[in-house]
Write a protein that binds this ligand. Structure first.
Ligand SMILES: Cc1ncc(COP(=O)(O)O)c(C=O)c1O
Length: 385
């Protein structure tokens, strides 16, 4: 049995204002997404046989590997944040895309910058390209070249792999953006600047509202959400808390064992965000972030029930299991399901996570094979014993 650690969040249940995520307040975001040529509602796959075999009521996987042809959910956030910055810079009030495109000359002068471990940079490159703007993307050490190339291919980005950790790279890009008057589109808060991360997170609400509609507005009892800086998990948890106000689902954050900042923060339990203490070694590149986003933390410290850690082999097993169900799931993409896949077989973990035969479980496959070489390798590995 793989080692999985779970920490309860003792600050859960205190009041947090999630009204920015209400259906009405996020309508304009969905309107923007729907107006894009690349937009389709991503599939929600119900794993009926799996649920039956594992004695739970239902398991739903929202498959974001199909988002915008970019293999990950992230561009939902970057397109919305870039739209908001462009609207502000051009002094336009809720413009349509056509109204923005009429200002082509000014758009070509704008540069958007970010740090990324992969998918967010792809979203920024793509969204900047869509509006005819430039973009600069910086990546932490250890990034595989295929991820950098995918960012270039998605849009306009000039991409550089640095020799810095993710957290140091975030600070470096922020300084460079200020110096060069680039617009920073960072999906985590840096030095107290929360406006852009907050907009990016609001952009993720679309995936949650799509899923709720696809589940016919029936409440899941459990949601398992993987976290890097926690922006996606916080946004999805906030939407479910808004929609199912009276009885929100139980939320578990899932992180790699070696870089588990929410787990660490819940372990300390003082209501403050703490950085991960592990060695940062994981194949789950999108989750390899050592410090929670402050905007996400304020939401998750109230809405998350607990945080759990998984090793790479647990994620790998889930990638193979999802592949067998026809879902292409990358290393970080599989993490939420990976915990479910491991937990349902263990009476102890079922108890710890309150899973029983009535549980209706929701997870997000946040990416497809964004590192195709490793994806094939994992799929053909023998099952760990
Ligand atoms: C595929 C994938 N899943 C999950 C995440 C985690 O998102 P967040 O950093 O908002 O927690 C990321 C982040 O880059 C990602 O790329």
């Amino acid at each position: 049995m793989p080692e999985i650690f779970i920490r309860r969040n003792i600050n859960r249940g205190e009041v947090v204002d999630t009204s920015a995520y209400s259906f009405a307040n996020t309508e304009q975001i969905r309107r923007l997404h729907k107006s894009l040529n690349a937009y389709n509602v991503t599939p929600l796959v119900e794993l009926k046989n799996f649920a039956h075999e594992k004695n739970v009521a239902a398991v739903f996987v929202k498959d974001e590997s199909k988002r915008f042809g970019l293999k990950a959910f992230k561009a939902l956030g970057s397109i919305w944040a870039i739209y908001k910055v462009i609207s502000r810079e051009l002094k336009l009030d809720n413009p349509t895309l056509d109204e923005i495109f009429q200002r082509r000359d000014e758009l070509t002068e704008m540069t958007f910058a970010t740090t990324t471990d992969g998918n967010h940079g792809k979203g920024v490159s793509w969204a900047a390209g869509l509006f005819g703007c430039k973009s600069r993307v910086f990546m932490p050490k250890g990034t595989v070249e295929v991820r950098a190339q995918a960012i270039r291919d998605a849009g306009t980005a000039e991409v550089e792999i640095t020799d810095m950790t993710y957290d140091d790279c975030v600070k470096f890009t922020a300084r460079l953006a200020e110096k060069n008057r680039w617009q920073l589109i960072q999906d985590t808060s840096c030095d107290g600047d929360e406006e852009i991360p907050a907009q990016i997170m609001l952009g993720y609400s679309t995936l949650a509202y799509e899923a709720i509609e696809q589940m016919n507005h029936v409440r899941p009892t459990h949601i398992f959400l993987q976290a890097g800086v926690g922006s996606m998990a916080a946004a999805v948890a906030a939407v479910f808390a808004e929609v199912f106000k009276d009885n929100p689902p139980r939320v578990t954050i899932v992180e790699p064992t070696q870089v588990a900042c929410f787990y660490e923060s819940f372990k300390v339990g003082d209501g403050l965000a703490h950085s991960a203490t592990g060695n940062g070694q994981t194949m789950m590149a999108g989750l390899n972030c050592a410090t929670p986003c402050s905007v996400a933390w304020k939401i998750l410290r109230r809405l998350a029930t607990d945080a759990a850690t998984i090793d790479d082999d647990v994620a790998a097993e889930a990638m193979r299991a999802l592949s067998a169900q026809g879902i292409i799931s990358g290393e970080s993409g599989s993490a939420g399901f990976a915990l479910v896949n491991a937990a349902v077989n263990s009476p102890e973990l079922r108890r710890a996570l309150d899973i029983d035969e009535r549980s209706r479980i929701f997870v997000v496959n946040t990416e497809g094979d964004t590192d195709p070489v490793n994806y094939v390798k994992v799929l053909h590995e023998d099952k760990p014993t």
